[in-house]
Ligand binder design. Structure first.
Ligand code: SPV
Ligand code: MG
Length: 431
């Protein structure tokens, strides 16, 4: 009897899956691989049902001989360990993000005479129902808790800024095939710098909460990934406790507030701009009040420490961050505007002595030679790429404007632009 292998990432079984399982079981002795939560989270939404329960689900299906764990999207380990005569998969992986995985599997199978059987993928009523379920993932109750859950799954999250619906879609859908597997962003950062700049306003808490909420709504309307809001100073504590409940209700996963008072300026000015740090006590009170006001269990408040930005030294940063955690902060953000990550690494080395598990956020805008992998190895749990979609778009727009002015027509600007056909089909309609 031949041995057959199939791998599943789904957490809701429908008639289409049962049909393909029956066909696979008819080919021989069937082993089902169940993709880990971490592996699924690398290329699509994280599963609603955890791995152990999904394994049980498949174990109970007639025709499934055994169930194993598949740890990566790649079939390499499964094929090496099981050497199946046949791998079965839907033919939908011939294109799209999984086509590299398919090519690798084909190569590995052909090395020993194994065979790939592809079953036509049809989108029936059950798949439509699944799409509706997926569509519900942007509902606040699903989205809000997803950041906390991702932090439990992965040692370090990769977060990109989004400042409107379109950039939200870019962050939501960006995927790359790397030697380490398929990569996508884990969450979105709604930056005060970008949200202000895109409105032509300075980053001084001038764009009010109503406007910030409007930006959030625009992004949330078209995406499902978790959102971290840059809450600036959080404003007055009396207002912060109301505003954070609004954020919770919208489905924001976390707000990061910084320990400054008065006229807030962007941190990347360093000490060039006059800024005042809040007292540790006052900021702790704000954190505690926020945590007490919070209604959902999943929402998080991260405390952002500006001591390194304002050159107050490592000891001040450590004392403050420890106090902020004691006051109830779910994690800390240590910001730096140095060209190298050294002071952030020094901070982490010391901070981890007392707080081995407290989530730490870093924003490597100025020290961006440091990779996510390096930052993670030093103990960073969330890496925020804080302004790069806005900063990359602006030069292209400026160039298109100047080219048009210079030439008195737009022909010469065409190479800078997306083709009209592409822009028309960029946002699919539902009919
Ligand atoms: C932002 O993106 O608005 C931030 C990060 O607060 S920074 O610009 O580095 O201060
Ligand atoms: Mg900001």
């Amino acid at each position: 009897m031949k041995t057959v292998y199939m791998c599943f990432s789904t957490d809701v079984l429908h008639s289409g899956h049962i049909a393909i399982l029956r066909r696979a079981a008819a080919l021989g002795e069937l082993t089902v691989g169940v993709l880990t939560d971490e592996a699924i989270a690398t290329y699509k939404r994280y599963p609603l049902i955890p791995l152990a329960d999904r394994m049980e689900l498949f174990q109970s299906i007639v025709g499934v001989k055994r169930v194993v764990v598949q740890r990566t999207l790649s079939y390499r380990d499964a094929i090496h360990e099981l050497r199946p005569d046949i791998v079965v998969h839907g033919d939908d992986w011939q294109t799209g993000i999984q086509c590299g995985v398919r090519a690798e599997a084909l190569g590995l199978l052909s090395a020993y005479g194994g065979e790939l059987v592809e079953v036509p993928y049809t989108r029936g009523a059950a798949e439509e129902a699944m799409a509706v379920l997926d569509g519900r993932l942007n509902m606040p109750e699903f989205r809000r808790g997803r950041l906390r859950r991702l932090m439990q799954l992965k040692p370090c999250l990769s977060v990109m800024e989004a400042h409107n619906g379109l950039t939200g879609l870019i962050v939501e859908n960006a995927r790359v095939d790397t030697p380490g597997g398929v990569k996508s962003f884990d969450a979105m950062w709604v930056s005060s710098l970008c949200d202000s700049t895109v409105k032509g306003r300075p980053d001084i808490e001038l764009v009010d909460i109503t406007s910030r909420i409007h930006t959030l709504e625009e992004i949330m309307e078209v995406t499902s990934k978790p959102i971290i809001l840059d809450g600036d100073t959080g404003g007055q504590t009396e207002h912060f406790v109301y505003n954070l409940r609004t954020l919770e209700r919208l489905g924001v996963s976390a707000v990061i507030i910084e320990d400054k008072v008065g006229r807030k300026r962007n941190s990347l000015y360093g000490t060039k701009a006059q800024q005042t740090q809040a007292t540790s006590e006052a900021f702790c009170q704000k954190i505690t009040a926020g945590k007490q006001a919070q209604r959902s269990k999943d929402f998080m408040i991260f405390a952002r420490c500006e001591s390194l930005i304002l050159q107050q030294g490592l000891e001040d940063a450590l004392a403050r961050c420890r106090a902020y955690v004691d006051a109830g902060a779910d994690g800390v953000m240590i910001h730096s505007c140095q060209k190298t990550p050294d002071e952030v690494y020094d901070f982490l080395r010391r901070f981890r002595e007392t707080n081995p598990f407290t989530p730490v956020v870093a924003v490597p805008t100025t020290y961006n030679a440091a990779t996510e992998e390096e930052l993670c190895a030093h103990g960073v749990n969330i890496v925020i790429h804080a302004n790069h979609l806005l900063r990359s778009a602006f030069p292209a727009m400026q160039k298109a404007a100047e080219t048009t002015l210079r030439c008195g027509r737009t022909l010469e600007a065409d190479p800078l632009c997306m083709p009209i056909g592409d822009i028309l089909s960029l946002i699919p309609t539902e009919e």
